[in-house]
Design a protein around this ligand. Sequence first.
Ligand SMILES: *[C@@H]1O[C@H](CO)[C@@H](O)[C@H](O)[C@H]1NC(C)=O
Ligand SMILES: *[C@@H]1O[C@H](CO)[C@@H](O)[C@H](O)[C@H]1NC(C)=O
Length: 234
Amino acid sequence: MVAVGGLMVACLLVEISCGAVEAVRVQERRLSSGRILGSTDPNTTFAFYKFSLQWPPASCDSSLKCVGDIPAEFTIHGLWPQLSNDKGVILQTGNLVQQLMQAWPDLKNTSSLKTSQTFWSNEWTKHGMCSDYGDKPLDYFKAAINLRNNFVQAFKLERGVSYKVKEIVKKVKAAVNGTPEIACRTKKGGKGAKILLELRLCYKKGNPTPQGIQDCKVSYSGVCKSTLDELTLL
Ligand SMILES: *[C@@H]1O[C@H](CO)[C@@H](O)[C@H](O)[C@H]1NC(C)=O
Ligand SMILES: *[C@@H]1O[C@H](CO)[C@@H](O)[C@H](O)[C@H]1NC(C)=O
């Protein structure tokens, strides 16, 4: 990005992709599921954007169930990173996809590649493109896989066992040397019993690789109110 004009366009694009309103994202999800990501061939760094504007009356003249007023003006369908051959960048097959299916599956259907591609695609456009990885989706996904694999090797909890929030924090800290954020939820039909929903780790910003772990600012979230709360690992 040399020219100032180019820089402004790049900023604008980042703004659009990172700040898109939820309605647009929902529409994007419906209409172009799984379209956007990097592929496994080396030609994956995207070459240009395709900005797709839709004509809503035509979009709704299909199996798409449109609710509410249908605008009679062009609205955004999506902003798509494209390869130089004008193909949408997509993760289809190969080693990285196998690893992602294990490390980053969409739980809505863990056996469906398509479902997961949509999930990765949304994660990339919502979060990845706004990171230091900018135009390097493959590096972004590889970094996430590495962080996750290192973590699951270093850290184990036993299913069915109850832990205090502070015990989990301590165990994570012993394993990876950083204070995590523990996300808690109440168990369905569990009369208020709390369960561990997520563990979140915080890393120093690097360019582009996350540079080492740091303590998260909050150590619990969701329904947990204290580090003494008891959580079960379902
Ligand atoms: C990348 O794409 C170019 C143009 O389509 C092609 O000539 C080249 O062989 C590709 N590189 C690889 C390693 O597939
Ligand atoms: C889940 O994905 C598999 C593989 O694509 C498919 O055969 C199956 O029908 C899907 N299940 C549901 C409930 O959508």
